[in-house]
Design a binder for this molecule. Structure first.
Ligand code: ZN
Length: 551
């Protein structure tokens, strides 16, 4: 059986023999065509001087390394004026002059090198039947042309640590095409401006707050709109509010964290009333089932028992008596005052009525019974030798900021925030400021947002909290970019994703993270789909060649 193998070898070659051995597959081939043009003068010559065998490693076949052994011809140049006397024919489309691998293997190795780097890439290539050393893979990266980075219109820029705490570089991302377009070895305004001058189409610059990139943008692309990242703004404001809350940490500690029930003192016993409800429901269920068996209509049963028709319908459909729905008990309204009562208890106050009067004066709206039960519990634990303490979780500055930034809160969380705002005017102001700014960040109404921002700055600027006022001063200095950040759809999310990818590549490269090598690998692996589009890798032959068949 003779296999049609033409499609497996590149155009311009004819297969002579295929030898399968221990080390892999060797394919002997000869060139087709009568003559070849001289690379010096271009004159075609048919005068063969001698033959030579060129060994080219090629893409593996069934996991085995493949070597193309091409018998190439050396021709005499017949042009009398040409300085070249003898030349070797070129293998255009197969391999570059003097190359030791085919072009198609080179493309696959480059892709492996970009994705996996030297060491891991070499292991991967060897296991796939293309033995190569890590150093050679790195040389392939260095020799490859930088990707064509067309001019981005919307640019995201941020810094990244070349050596953390020491050297920082700059990363640039095309926000429309979702791909990295530049990597600079420093983060100065000057080099960013220079890069922008070389990429004159940039109209949007999304950046972190202020600093070098704002300056670089003004210098290099004065007409571009600068966008301050809204999520960074919100995060910065969160840190400001957290600092304010830290000043009030002792006040904050009075508020139990959401989900915390407060001290485990015994609540009013509701077991009897629960049992009463249960037996009522059971009786009603049995009556309805009985009347229904006797053939009474739903509305007749409803009238006879004095219940709603829907209840009759529901109970008739049930197999067994309904269970009382379990309700989770909310936090006691005494919880925010427990710390105070405990403090007074330590000071020696044992009078429940006195304590009830005191917490009522501090805003407690509940009855005397709860205070009395708490005092009884404290007395009991004192008698058994347990020292009453405050083991239950309290609201912390971090938790408060987290709750204020949350998209939505449940009832308990809202209760904690309400308690917090009631503690001190400054806490109330800063909490409201953070909530208000979070609303601005999440709102999607352009003009309303602009008015809202100015209202917000006026309110927060006059809040009396120095940290908050300082934040507003800095915000006013960058107000154009802040407003753009709140109204335009651009943010730094993508850029942060690319910084993480860059870190991963850097870590993979261990000590070999030379900047140029890192840059090549980073820019070339920006999006798998992009490289696949720009450099399709034919695995066997070209797509136009005839399908493999049996002749
Ligand atoms: Zn010539």
């Amino acid at each position: 059986m003779d296999w049609e193998l033409r499609s497996l070898v590149p155009d311009g070659l004819r297969i002579g023999a295929i030898i399968t051995g221990e080390g892999g597959v060797s394919i002997e081939a000869t060139t087709t065509g009568d003559g070849a043009p001289c690379p010096e003068c271009g004159c075609t010559s048919r005068s063969v001087h001698r033959h030579r065998e060129r060994a080219l490693s090629d893409l593996p076949c069934m996991g085995r390394p493949v070597r193309l052994l091409v018998r190439v011809r050396h021709f005499r140049c017949l042009s009398p004026l040409c300085p070249r006397k003898v030349f070797c024919e070129r293998l255009g489309g197969v391999a570059a002059p003097r190359a030791r691998r085919t072009d198609r293997q080179g493309r696959v190795l480059l892709a492996i090198a970009h994705e996996s780097g030297g060491e891991a890439g070499a292991r991967l290539a060897r296991d796939s039947g293309m033995p190569i050393s890590p150093d050679t893979l790195l040389r392939i990266i260095r020799r490859s042309a930088s990707p064509d980075v067309s001019n981005p219109v919307a640019l995201g820029v941020d810094d990244w640590a070349l050596r953390k705490g020491r050297t920082y570089g700059t990363i640039m991302v095309d926000l429309h095409r979702h791909r990295p377009v530049g990597l600079l070895p420093d983060r100065s305004a000057g080099s960013f401006a220079e890069w922008l001058v070389a990429h004159p189409d940039v109209r949007i610059i999304s950046r972190d707050r202020g600093g070098e990139y704002a300056e670089g943008g003004r210098l290099g692309a004065p007409r571009a709109v600068q966008v301050a990242d809204r999520f960074h703004l919100l995060k910065n404001l969160g840190e400001v509010v957290e600092r304010i809350m830290r000043r009030h940490a002792d006040r904050l500690a009075r508020v139990p964290a959401p989900g915390c029930q407060g001290m485990p003192w015994p609540r009013r016993d509701r077991a009897a009333s629960r049992e009463r409800t249960r037996s009522e429901m059971r009786d009603r269920y049995e009556s309805i089932q009985e009347l229904s068996r006797r053939g009474m209509s739903k509305s007749a049963i409803a009238r006879a028992l004095g219940v709603h028709r829907h209840t009759v319908q529901k109970y008739m459909a049930l197999e067994t008596a309904p269970q009382r729905r379990h309700r989770t008990r909310g936090r006691s309204i005494l919880a925010t005052h427990e710390a105070y009562i405990l403090e007074r208890w330590r000071q020696g106050c044992r009078n429940a009525m006195q304590l009830w009067r005191e917490v009522t004066a501090r805003g407690y709206r509940g009855g005397y019974g709860s205070v009395a039960r708490l005092v009884a519990h404290l007395r009991a634990s004192e008698n058994t030798g347990c020292r009453p303490s405050q083991p239950w979780p309290r609201l912390t500055p971090e938790r408060s900021v987290g709750l204020l930034l949350a998209h939505e809160r449940d009832k308990q969380e809202q209760a904690s925030i309400d308690d917090l705002k009631a503690l001190h005017p400054e806490l109330c102001e800063s909490a409201a400021a953070l909530e208000g700014f979070a609303r601005l960040v999440r709102s999607e109404e352009g003009e309303e947002t602009e008015r809202g921002l100015h209202r917000w700055m006026a309110a927060a600027g006059g809040s009396g909290a120095p940290e908050l006022e300082a934040f507003v001063v800095k915000l006013r200095q960058d107000v154009g970019a802040v407003l753009a950040g709140l109204t335009l759809p651009y943010s730094q999310g993508q850029v942060e994703g690319q910084v993480n990818r860059l870190k991963l590549i850097k870590r993979q490269m261990f000590g070999r993270a030379n900047f140029d090598l890192l840059r090549e690998r980073f820019l070339n692996t920006g999006g798998a789909s992009r490289r696949a589009r720009d450099h399709p890798v034919p695995i066997f032959g070209s797509t136009e060649s005839a399908p493999v068949g049996i002749s």
